[in-house]
Design a protein around this ligand. Sequence first.
Ligand code: HAM
Length: 428
Amino acid sequence: MSEPVTFRAPIGTHDVLGPASAEWEGVIATFAQYAYRFGFELCVTPMFEDVGVFNRGIGEHSEVAKKEMYVFSDRGDRVYALRPEGTAPVVRAFIQHSPNVPWKAWYVTPAFRYERPQAGRYRQHHQLGVEALGTDDPAIDVEVIALASRFFGAIGLTKVRLLINSMGHDVCRSAYVELLRAHLGANVDGLCDEHRETWNENPLRVLDCKRDPCIEVTNRGPMLPEHVCDDCRAHFDAVRAGLTSIGIESTLNARLVRGFDYYTRTTFEFVADALPGAQNAIGGGGRYDKLAEQLGGKPTGGIGFGCGIERLLLAREAEDVEPGTLVKRTLDAFVIDTTGEDVATVLVDELRAAGFATDRAYDARSMKSQMKLADKSGARAAVLVGPQEHADGQITIRDLRSDDFEHAQQRVARGDVAKALTQLLTKS
Ligand code: HAM
């Protein structure tokens, strides 16, 4: 029986090892490529920030700030929070460094939320995202949404829908919230147990409630898109027309208010129909035209989105997208050396320098044992050197995918090993 494990990854977190990690690499590399194509540059910010960045940024009354943040004080009694999301830190960095606008930044980051763990919901998840600051041109909204949409396509997802809404700006939304408050106040008894208590604190949250009583009450009430001002409506119409002009379909969802307080105007979510309902949001985002001011900066419009890497991978699996297609992570060669000298050390160094993904065995194992390792490694070819070959200045190359035993193997001069390996690898 194996020893019991003393330490495990904390609840709601997970380790990522091969071969699954190759899927991670593929998704991240594809995102980096698309972000670059769309003119975004990488932005790296600390994993923790002054807790005020989040309390002011995402809103003290948001569920995440109230119940889910990992808050701690350091040895100097400063109060920090592990980042629960990527937007507020990027806007904090924007204010601190004043880059030229429009500033287009992308990121890949862990995010920490003390949630009830379940499939597709973790206490540490990982996000790929972008933020564009310094313009409120609807064209940038279209571009940010297009980047997400094209990226989902590039990683093989086909069953993805885009839901979109406008939250209006601070003035027209406040007027709407009062209308909604009045409607909820007149129908309190019809709300679900939770919102019968909390509706007044943040009426918009009731729109997001998935329980039938709240859906029924809010269905009879005022809806946001009908109450945004003319400017916000024109902005929203321009965003939707822009999306249509590049063939991106969007569905209006008047209930889409999202979980953070910073959103204004355009909000959107991408849902993967192959995933179960509760965890089918693979990405979401929107505009946050007041956030820079809330964090002490100059008025600066911004928009972005974040998508969960774990959920993207679950959606790929649920859609039966073939793994291993985004990046190649298989070995080209496995060196087998029975000379008892430094032959393998020199050979792997040479092959790696020539660009071949190469591995080898250690601990002076027998020929048979090294051959087994070569088979298990998934390498395309075994490169063998025994004492006789070494003395003759030769090397044996064996095609590990061939069943034709007689022709699977060839001897070549030591100096021709790279050429012979290239020939074998380009053979179908
Ligand atoms: P969010 O909707 O909270 O938005 O998260 C973005 C995405 O991260 C979600 O759509 C989901 O795929 C993934 N996600 C969130 N929480 C979890 C979790 N507990 N476990 C697994 N995956 C999760 C934001 O975070 C905003 N910062 C997005 C944004 C960028 N808005 C403007 N710019």
